[in-house]
Design a protein around this ligand. Structure first.
Ligand code: ZN
Length: 378
């Protein structure tokens, strides 16, 4: 859900946020802990339930506003470095800035990653100072509420800043570490090292969580571990595929089917030619795509009576040969499909499947450039 636009960047709320905000409001309103001199939570304040709940809601809104500031700082530096940003999303574990993928070494990555937690620390330290100045003042319940608000916001922002500065992927600190390392050992190795540190950190956290039976800690460790691994795979794929165009890695010898073929014939062809999907052609026009999954929806005894035109998907997603392979991969993932039709001026010139993609990456990882000649954008 889009809630507004700051610095020209659209700000979204993820649906999980609708659960986490009331949850935080309840925790803040009805709990009380003392940590490192901070008094956190409004449970002991002499106000009724409406008061506690309202303070809880205000505190969670301010807390998420400070997460938004954290993300805006990332985005601001990203914009200054010439990146495009598709948006900022607030979700269950904080915020995400969707900064466009950057192949190879990201320009200004260290600073871009640092300003987020940096801003959280600045907010945290300023608000905490207000807390320590006001905590011994005597006054009514309004003053006490304000002091507790300073304490909570100050504490959580410092925590947010420190936690994000941990030098472990996928935390911001992991990015800072990678940027610093990559000046010495190169981008891929730096990514690998930072990711490994991130995984070790997540494992340690998970083990500690199991030993202390802290379920939240185990959950966070799990998210960190898979986040680190995902980041590594993503970087590997982006780095390998950078500069490679769809036309270089697609399959050119396309075998196609007609809409009048039966499901039975199609299945026989799939077994024979070992393709799992075909474009459906009527003359020179692509009218659909048909896959193994489509055939399996037809019961055995009806395969002779069913035509390809009845089971094909008519919504054919096509891409030009000069599209970046990385972008094609995004189309695969966004639409969750297995193959793309490659077209020039409405004419089919090839098919790009996930298998083509995997093969190309295997070749590239071995230092071999894929087969076809490079394609220029017309
Ligand atoms: Zn951050």
């Amino acid at each position: 859900m889009r809630i507004g636009r700051i610095l020209g960047i659209p700000i979204y709320l993820h649906f999980t946020f609708l659960f986490v905000l009331p949850f935080f409001a309840l925790i803040f309103g009805y709990s009380f802990t003392t940590l490192y001199g901070f008094n956190i939570g409004f449970a002991n304040l002499a106000v009724d339930d409406v008061g506690k709940l309202s303070l809880g809601i205000i505190a969670s809104v301010i807390f998420f506003a400070s997460i938004l500031i954290h993300e805006l700082c990332h985005s601001y530096v990203a914009l200054r470095n010439g990146y495009k940003i598709s948006g900022i999303t607030l979700l269950i574990f904080g915020g995400v800035s969707e900064i466009e993928e950057q192949p190879g070494e990201a320009k200004g990555e260290a600073w871009m990653a640092f300003v987020g937690p940096g801003s959280s620390l600045v907010i945290g330290v300023v608000v905490s100072t207000l807390y320590f100045i006001t905590k011994d003042l005597t006054g009514g319940v309004e003053l006490q509420a304000l002091v507790l608000m300073f304490s909570l916001i100050g504490f959580y922002n410092i925590l947010l800043g420190l936690f994000n500065l941990l030098p472990a992927f996928p935390m911001d600190g992991g990015r800072v570490l990678r940027a610093l390392l990559s000046r010495r050992v190169g981008f891929m190795k730096a990514t690998k090292w930072s990711v490994d540190i991130g995984k070790m950190f997540a494992l340690g956290m998970g083990i500690f969580g199991v030993l202390t039976l802290n379920f939240i800690l185990i959950l966070i460790a799990f998210f960190l571990y898979s986040g680190a691994e995902g980041e590594y795979q993503q970087t590997k794929v982006t780095t390998l595929l950078t500069g490679i165009k769809v036309g270089e890695i697609m399959t050119r010898e396309v075998s196609s089917v007609t809409p009048d073929e039966t499901a039975h014939e199609l299945l026989a062809r799939m077994l024979r030619e070992k393709h799992m999907g075909y474009p459906v052609m009527e003359g020179d026009n692509v009218v659909g795509m048909v896959t193994f999954q489509d055939v399996t929806t037809v019961p055995d005894e009806r395969r002779d009576a069913t035509k390809v035109r009845d089971i094909m998907s008519k919504n054919v997603i096509h891409v030009p040969p000069y599209m970046e392979a990385v972008d094609a991969l995004k189309v695969f993932n966004d639409r969750s499909i297995g193959r793309l039709v490659v077209m020039v001026d409405g004419k089919l010139i090839g098919i790009l499947s996930r298998t083509d993609m995997v093969r190309a990456m295997d070749l590239l990882a071995a230092g071999i450039r894929p087969t076809h000649e490079p394609v220029q954008r017309p």
